[in-house]
Ligand binder design. Sequence first.
Ligand code: IFM
Length: 430
Amino acid sequence: MIMDPKTLAGRFPGDFVFGVATAAFQIEGATKTDGRKPSIWDAFSNMPGRVFGRHNGDLACDHYNRLEEDLDLIQSLGVEAYRFSIAWPRIIPEGTGPVNERGLDFYDRLVDGLKARGIKAFATLYHWDLPLMLAGDGGWTARQTAYAFQRYAKTVIARLGDRLDAVATFNEPWCSVWLSHLYGIHAPGERNMDAALHALHFTNLAHGLGVAAIRSERPSLPVGLVLNAHSIHAGSDDAADQAAAARAFDFHNGVFFGPVFKGEYPASFLSALGHRMPAMEPGDMETISQKLDWWGLNYYTPMRVSNDPVEGAEFPATVPAPPVVDVKTDIGWEVFAPALGDLIRKLNADYTLPDCYITENGACHNMGIEDGVIDDQPRLDYIADHLGITADLIGEGYPMRGYFAWSLMDNFEWAEALAGQFPKGNHRTT
Ligand code: IFM
């Protein structure tokens, strides 16, 4: 479908923010420069069998060394905002202990460079690069890591908070919890429900402690959380599949949205797995559920599930159901824009949510350069379709405030390796 860009643009209010997004480990490179120490992703990607082609983040897009030209690139796109993440292992390289001024200096230059170009700065504090030293004490499965994050958050905001336009505590805790500790696809590569349940609660706690730390330094800075909420669809109308979809919603979305926006974990989840959660301390849920100024949705593809018929299957006891359309990106993700609308409507029905930014959306297509040009049409169609749905949501009264394209540049796509290198159809399992 070809959509006239002017007609599409006309569907957005003047103050709607258009931006592009990245994350530190995926673009910076310079992993040993200016006092940075390893993160769990350095260790993970340097182990054979973890990342396709054994790629790592040592060079990535060399953004650390090309900061000024990359900022010019952002400006040349005409976007109003840039969403980036700050690398904890540059700021407090061992997770706890000394602060590394040279790490802070880099983000000072980044933020000043954005301001000089009139671009809004949306920072994320944690996009998966946990300082490796913290893994020695259990990483996210240890309560102590949440307090280390609180100190890191305070340190960053004390230095940069005066020039940020918005800050998010975490990017996609679903990935750093389930994908990393239960499904074993991301660092640290655990496949263990008990570890994952600990990581879940301590990540939620770290988010809450982070919110308090940010506000103690900079009360006026808009604080949010970025979630890759799943648009979950049952594989059929059968009651068993419908119930499976409800369980999946609680497991994939409810365990983050519930604590943060309602101060409680979902009942179905607690009755199935609550006895394996770490001990909660008085005040934890209050800390986690502090009111946020905004939230970010990273949306790419729907999740389709059916009931897992195996007796005693672990909660949420689902199996993947087939896609409803054949159109897929080169990472194997079904392209189905209406699921974005369904998701926003369902989440707003279930929770009281603040302003929403679509903090990531985009399509992975590996087409090369032919006769000096890249045929970007499938990507343009994808973005136009999802922007169209976003405009519909605005029309329905939902507080959609901005849209960030993922990504500013081809980058290190985690277990899938450097963009453009992975084979068609290779994709992470969820
Ligand atoms: O590259 C990732 C990003 O780090 C988090 N959201 C999804 C993107 C595409 O997989």
